[in-house]
Design a protein around this ligand. Structure first.
Ligand SMILES: Cc1cc2nc3c(=O)[nH]c(=O)nc-3n(C[C@H](O)[C@H](O)[C@H](O)COP(=O)(O)OP(=O)(O)OC[C@H]3O[C@@H](n4cnc5c(N)ncnc54)[C@H](O)[C@@H]3O)c2cc1C
Ligand code: SF4
Ligand code: SF4
Length: 435
């Protein structure tokens, strides 16, 4: 590890999803110096991976990329990607000290032109995590076409050190000698915007995710529908067939005590209805059926969006799916309880999409060793004042933005980022008066 470098900023924002990006822009626009830390190679979180967004059906990438380029070019915002937080400690009432480690990309970021010649030359293919493993990527790679920064990285775990990428790189910016760099950062306030995790449907064995080839998650369907999609069409991953009968199973890992997640994920009904509408456009001849327990179309414009899907011909069955089994031809048999009649029924589909629920990302627990970082009973960050000050965490000077404190859609995430930035500004001003 290289020697520790020392830096100071007004605010540390942890997490470069839409919540962290919006918070950093707000703080920067108000004259504060911000360090935005993202553990991944690129900014954008889950939102940059979406196709279109409910309830307006705006293109996800088209509304995320202007925000990303605004934050990336903001004079008051410094961005560290591929960086992990080791600790955040309160020093006195005015300052926090954070230790971070910036991991090497093995590419000199400032020199890489994003030409992708390294990618073309690299002989190693591994599953592409940015396409949710539906296709492969190289060991020398740019995460995806609209990644920010649009700079290559070497996946050192899979790299064979063959040197093919080095030989073709025009600016000679591949550097296998790079080491992690440790930073000690002094800040006045912290925003936690580390987002959420998705439930892994493989945990529910009777749904056969990971076993049957034509069962995918809704996030995988987002990628199949996105402009930067892996197959340039909606295809079954098992055999490349264009699906005719698509089923959605809602509440997979949400509202389910058997997997220890009793909460409603709030977004799954709506993103499934959105995808069903997009599929009616992409595959006009296909039947799309949504198996649900209850449809929770609670937000502005959501009920109308639901009605619109019904009008477009999406089938809604109030049914609890018990098992999914695979036929020899790759099609799937769903056994479900028809909740309206109480009868057990079966239906055949050729592609099944599991609408996996939202889980807390508990990374922040590890950041704070001395201070009391508290979680709620579902492991999300605990809000100190739920009704009147939802951005306050259990530690004074540490604020919460986005899905770090509970499931929410993009508009609510933006609102929460606004609240967190304003609270941080108020706090820093108040502390300055106490010096
Ligand atoms: C399939 C699907 C479809 C959706 N469709 C819609 C839609 O149509 N409309 C809508 O309004 N909403 C939709 N959503 C919800 C939307 O994705 C969320 O509201 C939004 O992504 C929340 O943003 P966030 O920044 O809070 O979290 P995230 O998007 O999870 O971002 C968190 C960021 O923090 C980073 N991070 C995590 N831990 C650390 C750490 N320890 N250190 C540093 N960085 C860290 C992550 O890498 C990530 O970049 C959908 C969600 C899913 C799953
Ligand atoms: S050195 Fe590694 S990253 Fe570069 S081409 Fe060879 S395997 Fe790929
Ligand atoms: S590392 Fe070199 S070859 Fe690869 S994208 Fe960057 S400039 Fe191009």
């Amino acid at each position: 590890m290289a020697a520790v470098e020392k830096l100071s900023f007004d605010v540390l924002v942890v997490g470069g999803g839409i919540a962290g990006i919006e918070t950093a822009i707000n703080l920067g626009n108000n004259g504060l110096n911000v360090l935005l830390v993202e553990k991944d190679l690129t900014l954008g979180g889950k939102m940059i991976m979406l196709s279109k967004v409910f309830p307006t059906l705006d293109c996800g990438a088209c509304i995320t990329t202007p925000k990303i380029s605004e934050v990336a070019r903001h004079p008051n915002v410094t961005i560290f990607t591929n960086t992990v937080i080791k600790s955040i400690k309160k020093q006195d009432m005015h300052y926090f000290k954070s230790l971070l480690v910036r991991n090497p990309r093995y590419v000199i970021e400032s020199a890489c032109t994003g030409c992708q010649l390294c990618e073309m030359a690299c002989p190693v293919v591994v599953p592409d995590q940015y396409q949710y493993e539906m296709v492969g990527r190289k060991a020398a790679y740019i995460p995806f076409s609209i990644a920010c920064p649009r700079v290559a990285a070497i996946d050192i775990e899979h790299c064979t050190l063959c040197g093919a990428c080095e030989r073709v790189c025009p600016p000679k910016c591949i550097d296998f000698t790079q080491e992690p760099i440790e930073f000690q950062v002094i800040i006045k306030a912290v925003i936690i915007a580390t987002g959420f995790n998705l439930f892994d449907p493989a945990q529910i064995k009777r749904f056969q995710y990971g076993q049957a080839k034509n069962i995918i998650t809704a996030m995988q369907m987002e990628r199949l529908l996105a402009p930067t999609r892996p197959y340039n069409h909606v295809l079954r991953p098992g055999d490349g067939k264009i699906p005719d009968k698509i089923a959605y199973v809602l509440c997979v890992g949400s509202r389910d005590r058997t997997v220890n997640n009793p909460i409603c994920s709030q977004i799954c009904c709506m993103y499934s209805i959105k995808q069903a509408q997009l599929l009616m456009g992409a595959l006009p001849m296909a039947d799309v059926t949504i198996y649900y327990i209850n449809i929770r179309s609670y937000g502005k414009g959501f009920e109308e969006f639901y009605e619109q899907a019904k009008g477009m011909g999406v089938n809604f069955i109030k049914g609890k799916v018990g098992t999914i089994s695979e036929k020899e031809n790759g099609s799937l048999i769903l056994r479900y309880e028809d909740i309206c009649t109480g009868k057990l029924k079966e239906a055949e589909h050729d592609l099944v999409v599991l609408s996996a629920g939202v889980l807390a990302n508990q990374d922040a627990t590890g950041f704070f060793s001395d201070d009391r970082w508290e979680k709620d009973e579902f492991h999300f960050a605990r809000q100190n004042d739920l009704f009147f000050n939802p951005a306050l965490s259990s530690i004074e000077g540490v604020f919460l933005a986005g899905t770090t404190y509970g499931p929410m859609d993009i508009p609510d995430t933006i609102l929460s980022a606004g609240a967190a930035s304003m609270e941080a500004i108020r706090y820093i001003k108040q502390m300055a008066l106490k010096i």
